[in-house]
Design a protein around this ligand. Structure first.
Ligand code: NAP
Length: 393
């Protein structure tokens, strides 16, 4: 085309990529037409549009689709929860709301444990409308505050005759480093200590209602978690916001394992799971570019309903009946978490530290302000900086 155009304009025929040696008239300056260079973006586009890529992408998409279709689906599970009571923390949005909706649909008395009256009540109305279940109710709890957790547990113990399912779902990430009024690192308190205390305070009720299930929502992020008590009690600033979150998700699994060991023979089971990467409000505390990227990726990742599947599986499926101390992935498959998550010595140490930090064992009425005084260094509690118990090294 280029050659044709220059000829039509009356010039010598263009030769692609070189001076016009052989075809040029003697004495004339040969016409030179530079080879058009594709901009990098076009080069990338041409590589990506290679048939090999298309076939591979289609193949992978098909595999993913088949895997998802064949994995366990809540709608195929006939479990009915009439006469049973369930608590879901953080039930006003994302995964928690979908889990609460499913349990309410199965006729459970469903308690939405949320920190906001407004958001929690909106979820109650939505779930009641969708399921027709009038026994969906809101109780307020802030899992970052041990005083609030104690108040909530006290209320549940006063009001409820039984508790069949406890889903520890509330969690957050991306908050800047900060210390609560009770002297605890806020993400650590919200994601680990709050659920730890809540579960322990409700254990007797769960035992009396056996068979009962406890479900802890962890994450694949546990793989890069580390247990450094100095960071988690705010004595040392963690290198970044991800570190604390990942560590709390590791703790969710260690807590699950130690609790399962302690609950052997009681009929109360406890399991942890990874919901996968799910399009929820979990990124709300991140910078806008990170949120924008997550929103874009949202087209590829799980919806909240899909993301709730592994939690519902652990809470109601026949398959998990009697199974305890395990970790399930987002497709409801039983998988092994990383080695530190399976370390019984670390699990026991974390339990002891968590007991001390929450004041567990001193009764429901213990003043939360005493927590600050009880904070100890990692060395005093036998957890070194690397998070490995001294005797386990
Ligand atoms: N989304 C993912 O890709 C993903 C991946 C792995 C694991 N997870 C885990 O899944 C769980 C649910 O998260 P999500 O993705 O559904 O996120 P989400 O939409 O942000 O929901 C989190 C819920 O937790 C509640 N919450 C946060 N802090 C709380 C506190 N101090 N006290 C009481 N409730 C509190 C939130 O309440 P407010 O609305 O009042 O803030 C909200 O209801 C979390 O444990 C998270 O770590 C999520």
């Amino acid at each position: 085309m280029l050659g044709a155009r220059s000829q039509a304009a009356g010039g010598a025929p263009a030769v692609r990529g070189s001076t016009a040696g052989a075809g040029a008239w003697p004495g004339t300056v040969p016409a030179v037409t530079p080879v058009p260079q594709a901009p990098p973006a076009m080069e990338l586009a041409s590589v990506c549009s290679h048939p090999g890529w298309c076939v591979t992408t289609l193949g992978l998409a098909l595999l993913l689709w088949v895997k998802r279709r064949w994995s366990w689906q809540p709608r195929h599970c006939p479990t009915d929860l009439s006469g049973k009571t369930a608590i879901v923390t953080g039930a006003n949005s994302g995964i928690g709301k979908c889990v609460a909706l499913d349990l309410a649909r199965r006729n459970a008395r469903t308690i939405l444990a949320c920190r906001s009256q407004e958001r929690g009540q909106a979820a109650v109305v939505e779930i009641q409308r969708a399921t027709g279940n009038p026994h969906v109710l809101l109780r307020l709890v802030d899992t970052s505050s041990m005083a609030s957790v104690r108040h909530f547990a006290h209320q549940v113990l006063q009001e409820e005759e039984r508790l069949d399912i406890l889903v520890n779902n509330a969690g957050l990430t991306g908050l800047p480093f900060s210390i609560t009024a009770e002297g605890l690192e806020v993400t650590f308190a919200t994601n680990h200590l709050g659920p730890f205390l809540l579960t322990n305070l409700l254990l007797d009720l769960l035992r009396r209602s056996a068979p009962a299930r406890i479900v802890n929502v962890s994450s694949f992020k546990h793989k890069t978690g580390k247990i450094d008590l100095q960071e988690l009690t705010g004595r040392k600033k963690p290198p970044n916001v991800y570190r604390v979150y990942n560590s709390t998700k590791l703790m969710n699994i260690l807590f699950t394992n130690e609790l399962a060991r302690r609950l052997q023979g009681t009929g109360v089971t406890v399991n942890a799971l990874n919901p996968g990467v799910v399009r929820t409000e979990i990124m709300r505390h991140f910078s806008w570019p990170a949120r924008a990227l997550f929103t874009l990726a949202g087209l590829l990742i799980k919806t909240p309903k899909e993301g709730a599947t592994s939690t519902i599986y652990c809470a109601v499926s026949e398959e998990v009946s009697g199974v305890t101390g395990k970790y399930f992935d987002s497709d409801c498959a039983l998988v092994l978490p990383v080695a530190p998550a399976r370390d019984p010595v670390l699990a026991r140490k974390l339990w002891e530290v968590s007991e001390q930090l929450t004041g567990l064992g001193e009764g429901l009425s213990k003043a939360p302000t005493a927590l600050g005084r009880r904070r100890q260094t990692g060395d005093e509690l036998g957890l070194g900086e690397a998070g490995v118990p001294e005797e386990g090294r």
